[in-house]
Design a protein. Sequence first.
Length: 428
Amino acid sequence: MFSCGGHMDCSVAAFRERFARPWMLGDGAGSVQAVFEDSLGRFQPGQRVLVMDADPALFWGKFLAAVAQRATVFLGLHAWSETFLDEAHRSMQGPVEADLAGFILIPTGGSGGQLRWAYHSWSSLRAAVLGLARGLGVRELSSMAALPFGHVSGLMPGLRAWITEGLYAPLDNKALEAGVVPLGAPGMRWQLSLVPTQLARWMESPSLVDWLRALDFVWIGGARLPQDLAQRARALRIPLAPCYGMTETAAMVLIQKPCDFLEGRADWSTPLPHGHLIVQGSAGDWCRVGLSFESLFEGYFPHPPCAQEIFWTQDELWMDADYKLSEIRRADRIIITGGEKVDPQMVEEALMASGSVRDVFVTGEAHPQWGQQVVAYWVPRIGVAVDEGGLRAFLRARLSAYQCPKRWICVERIEPQTGRKQVYRDLS
């Protein structure tokens, strides 16, 4: 069932050969191979291994060793609580009537937020990397990211550089938020992966804005890009490349190039060359989205792995009168309150447009009368005087009454975590 042949196989010999050429930059880069060699004797084919280190040398050394030994590799996030980690350990020991040697299981959250692992292999991850390289017409992908390694958005930048002979720079998110500009190899065409929350924060630093402008691609995914944030990035000439993908597809499968973004064009109609997009619907409406790509996962653990021909997502694409796909939304985030449907992304964009909010997450919670009520978690912008009453008034002038949050919770920060948002500390 599992095969690694192709552009780069995943044997110990092949990985040692790759280590002989430059790959990772930054602190600890020289330690990765030492961790790799030390870990080889600890892993056996089919052995279930959880890799979740925050240190890049430890994570990548263990991950590559486990893959080379054809262990069953479960990825995790170092930010998981002890309770969540206990759940993960119990879950990964579940019985499966299949040989799982060589599979790479990447965590993802369903619409209910429960932990699930998606089955991938070196073949599917490699297909995603090579599909992106072919789509851009390049041989090497040199990548930067300040995202958790155990999440698909943090894993793939390192693999893109590893597989295509590029360079890889794992970044420190806290240092970036403090305005520390990272160093990269001069003359390289760097690609950065980030999420909208990070972009909004980094754009508050003039030095980081200058650094972002100098990059080749700034991939932005993980959540819908708010219109006001897109407009600000466009005005600053940041080469954003909005992308669409998920854990199940090993990251991006639809992309917009920076030149299109900077000119204000939005068209999701052209997929990367390792697969195709399937759309069910008609012009002038939201359409159901199916994906058929070489990088597709093989189902969710603990069910036995099974190859997927088409994956029908929980997302919807807007098809305009010219049959172009111009907007994406998460259908499974729709809140139904008193029989009315509320798109939380629309409420989030309206709040961000106030200029008083640094970040926001809108969701629904059970309500005995209305079925659900709209709830807004919000982070105030530093140095701006704002309160709940002012935000309520701002929204009432722009949205229908049923779309406005009924409960407001001021928090310290909001972070993306495994397909859902994690809210930190109520400040109200």
